[in-house]
Design a protein around this ligand. Structure first.
Ligand code: GLV
Length: 320
């Protein structure tokens, strides 16, 4: 089998002990050509969110490929219908990264709301000369409204932090009603348009699919408050970078906190990276000890179960 990167020992040790594994050693992802070559004859692939898994990869592997185990909760890098057509099982790693990712959403929300990047850059540039009564003035959090787009596990964990910690009112937009969120944080379900209009903070937690691709475009940013903060810890493809840039420069919204970019990673001349009111982290929402160990361990268990023809502990089920 092919393991597309070195992953934490919590998962890798088991894969190496129980399988004949070819582990890609370079910290940079294998190229498309390398993947197509390495998967030949494999019964299992352990992939990361950076590795495109589609018909060409499955065909290169051949009919013996039984499972693609993705070390991520999101699996938009995998063409699931191409996989299911070939009887290939897909695994993902939900649950273990919920708290870490919600912590990152709140971190970015706070940093963006409180002009932290501007302040840190001022200090690093040795420009801190004075206590400024009119400088670095950000947004208050207490009693404001948080709009959660995609009220799944991570959306709810983020809402709970902001509701319990800052007394925020929670509104959400989701394909289906979420009684659990309505019960736990008194969340109110709204259309996306109403959510954008009413929210002081908007945090995105939906998966990337055809209906969420570039959902945050110029018209979405225009609909938001000029004091609003936009946070995206899910997938960069959900926002249009140029439109976000323009909204931040024109003052259509106040600030943004991103753990994901479009494209990802961004090009070195991406103008979004220059904006003082845009805090960008390198997709580290799940980068804590327990989250990454948990992900590695589930990914290994999914891979091993899949090559043995057993049900995966966390399997992506085809939608009918
Ligand atoms: C991280 O983004 C994941 O999907 O696990």
């Amino acid at each position: 089998m092919f393991v597309a990167r070195r992953i934490p020992a919590a998962g890798l040790d088991r894969v190496i002990a129980e399988c004949d594994a070819d582990v890609w050693q370079d910290p940079m992802p294998p190229s498309r050509e390398v993947i197509l070559d390495k998967v030949r004859g494999c019964d299992g692939i352990l992939s990361l969110l950076t590795d495109t898994m589609d018909a060409a990869v499955f065909d290169a592997a051949g009919p013996g490929l039984k499972v693609v185990s993705n070390m991520a909760v999101g699996y938009n890098n995998i063409n699931t219908s191409d996989a299911f057509d070939r009887g290939i099982r897909i695994g993902n790693t939900p649950g273990v990264l919920t708290e870490a990712t919600a912590d990152m959403a709140v971190t970015l929300l706070l940093a963006a709301a409180r002009c932290l990047r501007e302040g840190i850059e001022n200090v690093s540039a040795r420009q801190w000369k004075n206590w400024e009564p009119l400088g670095f003035i950000g947004q208050d959090l207490g009693g404001k409204t948080i709009g959660i787009v995609g009220m799944g596990r991570i959306g709810l964990a983020t809402a709970e932090r902001l509701h319990r910690g800052w007394g925020m009112k929670v509104v959400y937009a989701s394909r289906t009603a979420k009684p659990d969120a309505e019960h736990r944080v008194s969340a109110v379900r709204l259309s996306l348009d109403a959510l954008l209009e009413q929210s002081d903070f908007v945090s995105v937690h939906t998966d990337l699919n055809e209906s969420t691709l570039e959902m945050f475009d110029a018209s979405a940013f225009k609909a938001m408050k000029s004091t609003a903060v936009f946070v995206n810890t899910s997938r960069g493809g959900i926002h249009v970078s140029e439109d976000l840039h323009d909204a931040l420069v024109s003052g259509e919204i106040f600030a943004a906190g991103l753990d994901v970019t479009n494209p990802e990673p961004p090009s070195s001349d991406d103008p979004l990276l220059d904006l003082p009111n845009c805090v960008v982290a390198p997709h580290i929402g799940s980068a804590t000890v327990s989250a990454r160990n948990g992900m590695a361990s589930i990914a290994a268990a999914n891979l091993i179960a899949g090559v043995r023809g057993e049900n995966l502990p966390h399997e992506v089920i085809p939608e009918n």
